[in-house]
Design a protein around this ligand. Sequence first.
Ligand SMILES: [Zn+2]
Length: 356
Amino acid sequence: MERGLAALADEPVDRLCNYPLAMGVNRRLLPGSPTYREWANDPKLFAASFIEGHKYFDFDFAIGLMDLSVMAADLGAHVRMDAENTPFVDGHIIHGPEDYEKLAEKGVPDIHKGRCGVLLEGTKLFAEKLKGEVITAGFIEGPLLALSQTASAERMFMDMFESPSAVHKALELTSEMDSQLVSEFAKCGVNGLCWDYLWASYSCLGDDQYEEFEGQYALKLNKQVQEEGMAVCIHSCADLPHLDYQINTYKPAIFSMGYYPLIPGSKSPTEIIDEGYTKNTLFAGVIDPQLFVRGSVEKITGVTKDLCQEVKTALCKNNQKSRWVISSNCEVPPDLETKLDNISAVVNTAKEYGAF
Ligand SMILES: [Zn+2]
């Protein structure tokens, strides 16, 4: 906990913080190894996996991601839940512009029931148990993401051009649902709330569109998060995120990012630190999640070692102390094929080579 708080404040630490984004995969540590479906439907199993994950791996954070179909499910979309796959929407409910208005008219579903209810209850349970040990955060889908999951992204992006006012009516609804969720997450006792703004990428939206369809809603919600006593965190695995807008406007305490060396313009940790993005924000990244499945222990150890050295060098050069978390670009795949030893390798390497 002290290390995490120090890193947030860019104070000296014994070593860099670590948090490979291991969420659903931690269920495999639980007695009887519950299936993903069991885990995603039972708040006690959900919470126990974060507690066990921390105990087994020794992370510095715990962020309660379930999956990205939680809000859509409660809004009426059909979610396919296989025993061992991440749940996903297979039945969208928007088939024409009028359906956005119908969705808005239905109003916000009861967030204490359904999948939101499971997520909130599970988050409360692990936040209580890990309080004071690690920095905890709830995980929430941004209004545009929640709508895209409900409507299908393809449909929504088309309607943003053709029927923008209808889309905005539905965005007001998903924002209201988010606002209610923010208040409930605050009651869970988490230190922060982590947003997924999946479409905050120049590959998807230009500046004006981003501000119109997400920025104006997210700005109010982020203010609410801070007013309700939680730190704003953002998870962005996008290739070309709206970094300046998100950092300057939302003022997140933590920004979890992806780095794609083959995509021109994708920023490396060195560039992020050199360009001043870590002046007020703790950044996290950038190990390729697929390495946890396909990489060997030697390979992922080497990648982690290089990342620690790169980050320490860049921080030192910029007279910064600790504002980087050794983490992954996105969630460690919750699959049965993911090698738990590779997660341990990242944590142990970060302890050794992230030491100051
Ligand atoms: Zn991601």
